[in-house]
Every structure is written in C-alpha cells, then in structure tokens.
Design a binder for this molecule. Sequence first.
Ligand SMILES: O=C(O)c1cc(C(=O)O)c2c(n1)C(=O)C(=O)c1cc(C(=O)O)[nH]c1-2
Length: 255
Amino acid sequence: MRETADRLMSREELEAALREIGATRYHHLHPFQTLLQDGRLNRAQVQAWALNRYYYQANIPVKDAYILARLGGVELRREWRQRILDHDGSDTERGGIEKWIALTDGVGLDRAFVESGHGILAGTRFAVDAYVHFVRERSLLEAIASSLTELFSPNVIGVRTRGMLAHYTFISKETLAYFDKRPVQAKRDSDFALDYCLEHATTAKEQAAVMDALRFKCQVLWAQLDALYYAYVEPGFIPPDAWRPGEAEAGGETR
Ligand SMILES: O=C(O)c1cc(C(=O)O)c2c(n1)C(=O)C(=O)c1cc(C(=O)O)[nH]c1-2
C-alpha cells in the first residue's frame, strides 16, 4: 500500500499514515535484524554490525547540528540540542558515541580501528552520508520528519537487546548499555518531532513531503542492513577494503 496525500489530511490521518509507513518499511522487518535478535549470527557477524553502525552513531549529532542551526527560536533549539548532548555527552555524562565504543570494545574490536571509519561497507557510508545530505538540503520540515523513524525504535531496541542478551555468550548487559536510555530518549524526541510535523505540515504537498522523508529514512536504515547481509551473511561476499573477520581484534593488528 502506498500512503498518498493528494488531499489535506487531518492530524489523525497523517499520524496514521506515518505509522503505516513504519509498520511496513522500518528495519524491524529486515532479515539481518531478525538473525541478530534471534541469536543466529556468529561473533564476526555481530562485530560487523557493531563496526558499521558506529558510522551511523557518529553522524547522528552531525546531522542534528545542521538541524539545530536552522531552527528559529530559543525553545526549539533548546529542545533539539539535547539530542546532540545525548550523543556527544558532557564532562559528567557518557554520551551515546562513547557508549557505542564500549559496545565495539565489548565485542572485541580495536577502538582506534572503529573510530577511524576504515573497513566499513560502502553501503553504510553512502546511506549515512545520504541522511546527512538530506537534512542539509531539504526543507526544515523534511529534515525533522526524517527523524520520525524513532517512533518505532523503542520496540525494536527492546526485542534486539533481549534477544542478544539471551542468545550470545559474548554479549553482556554492560556491552549493550548504549540501549539502556535510548527508548526513553527516542520517545521524547519522536513525540516532539511528530508534533512538529503534524503542526507544520499544513498543505497536502507538505504532508506528502513529510511522508516521503520518513520513507527515505526507512530506506537509509534498510540499506545499511542490506549491505551487511550481502557482505557477511548471504552470499557473504565481502567487498574490497571492507573489514574481514579476524581483523582489528582488540589488542591485535589494525591497518
Ligand atoms: O537501534 C535502532 O534500531 C535505532 C534506530 C534509530 C532510527 O530509527 O533511526 C535510531 C537509533 N537506534 C538510535 O540509537 C539513535 O540515536 C537515533 C537517532 C536517530 C535520528 O534519526 O535522529 N535515529 C536513531
């Protein structure tokens, strides 16, 4: 089904259309996600996921800084800057990026290698870069709408975290600490973004643009898992320059 906005929808209709986009396109439906949460990946495949996702994590506050710069008004900026704090942390609080490094430490990857961005898949880089470009180039409304995937993340995070803890001996609660606060933060952030979009999409054209932005972002997430699946699961064809199992083990050799 393709949700269209050829007429002006009510707030409730637009929200329902957005939720339908998530229900049918979000990465909870991707086979890599299912394998990950069902414990059907090996340690190297989980390492590949953690390594590649670091690039997404590292770029989230970058894209939020672009949005922040375009927000008019103290109240809006104050709201949005919390997102950057959540990821970059502060003198007193570990941020999400540092917690993701604890995750890659926990699965045994060399920290300097992870931070260098070497070895990530081209598919990861292209998808994440496309997200950053999207928020720079599109309207503020579309940029904010592209964060609406977070409406659906608390559920997938819960399923993934529980599954990984239950199935993988090499995963501990400390390793996954990144996800402890995310559901609450994601709900706060996506409630705000949803409200903003419902309020500011006042024409059928703007409503259609909001829906397209959410579809685009679902594709950003989906494409990252496609790249992982092709390289490390089936057919398991690792592209030149991408990380190979055994490489960059913590305490081992990096390049
Ligand atoms: O674990 C996940 O499935 C998941 C999904 C998403 C998302 O839906 O984009 C985000 C996150 N996690 C996340 O941790 C995060 O910080 C985040 C920020 C954003 C965004 O677009 O601003 N999405 C997500």
